[in-house]
Ligand binder design. Sequence first.
Ligand code: FAD
Ligand code: PYC
Length: 416
Amino acid sequence: MARYSAFRLFREGLRGNSGWRPAWRAAEPKPAYDAVVIGGGGHGLATAYYLAKLHGLTNIAVVEKGWIGGGNAGRNTTIIRSNYLYDESAAIYNHALTLWKTLGRELNFNIMMSHRGVINLAHDEGEARQLKRRVEANRLNGVDAEWLDEHGVKEFCPIINISRDIRYPVIGGTLQRSGGVNRHDAVVWGYARKCDEMGVDILQNCEVTGIRVEAGAVIGIDTSRGFIKTPKLASVTAGHTSVIAAMVGLRLPIESHPLQALVSEPLKPIHPCVVMSNAVHVYCSQSDKGELVIGAGIDAHVSYTQRGSIDIIEHQMGSLLELFPIFSRLRLMRQWGGIVDVCPDASPIISKTPVKGFYINGGWGTGGWKATPGSGHAFADLIANDEPNAIAAPFTMERFVTGNLVAEHGAAAVAH
Ligand code: FAD
Ligand code: PYC
């Protein structure tokens, strides 16, 4: 079998890949659908998948202005964990973590899920106290969180520098062993293939340019590929949530910022887990290809450019080398940026809107990848039943009026 696959790979290489079957159809837009999802990232495709699979809605489309996975889904550093402070967050991120565990099998696609453990570092007593409090809250919510002193951190991640002689010494950290990383493209492609199998149309290069509303209800969308009629419209457009909301006259309390990351040349396996530091604004893991995947905090300015600024990289490299002096001769290969929509409480919006039939999922800030399956699952339920379920209810837009915020700036763990 393996020989056959290797031969097939070789033959396809010579034939310009003409023998491979596309994993999903290049669908043409129909004049009308029962529901349309705007945004072909992980969350949008997961939403369509669960709408079709669990709610029997198969006459639906995912409308993507570029290519699927070309937004934050394809730009993020894939860190997955559920160690948030509040019960509401633990519920949704735990739900996602549970779904991640079996998603590869469910989609019949190797999403390279690796539960290698995520460490969040503390560099001073104040931070340690906050993190220990979070460990206690996590445990009450069934999250496998542990506190490690600096020697425990070193034991789990032998290449880290725990010298007390640096600007921000490591004095300990939290560990979530079930946290980890996976392969973003595979998740997107796996969801897309399953959606397609169930009859969902995936419309790429199809930008939504306007939303038509009559008598307070959605009736359809204008797109770069024509008008599409629909009574249910779901925006899942990380980075552009407020742009889409503005199409129905809705103003959201969201700020859109660049967030960048970079990868190094490939190395032999050296870095066994994920290490994040909120205080020094750097985090790092090693991909299965061997590249170090290194991220930073957001750029402070608001912007819709999918790129970050050089001063962030300078700072990020300084912090990286203090924590991992072993990387001092590392060469960097690629750098890129995405746009993250940040809500005032650093928690997402999963909500109906004042416009009947128009639903919003967005505002995941720097941390939505980990939520992808849980978010799609809960959002599909909201769209199908027109009411949020227990997991989605705390994240409706009403909280910005009632003041019932879910303040997760600390647990976001990437400065914003
Ligand atoms: P997207 O993949 O951005 O999907 C939205 C889609 O909407 C895009 O494809 C876009 O083209 C489309 N769209 C926008 N406007 C229109 C329109 N008018 N018409 C049609 N389509 C439209 N999260 C974590 O949990 N862990 C991490 O390690 C992590 N690292 C990150 C690192 C970086 C550098 C970045 C930028 C983000 C990171 N995140 C991380 C955050 C995470 O990537 C996002 O929260 C999450 O991917 C958002 O999911 P999405 O599917 O909604 O986004
Ligand atoms: O939310 O864990 C996270 C994260 C890591 C990198 C970017 N976001």
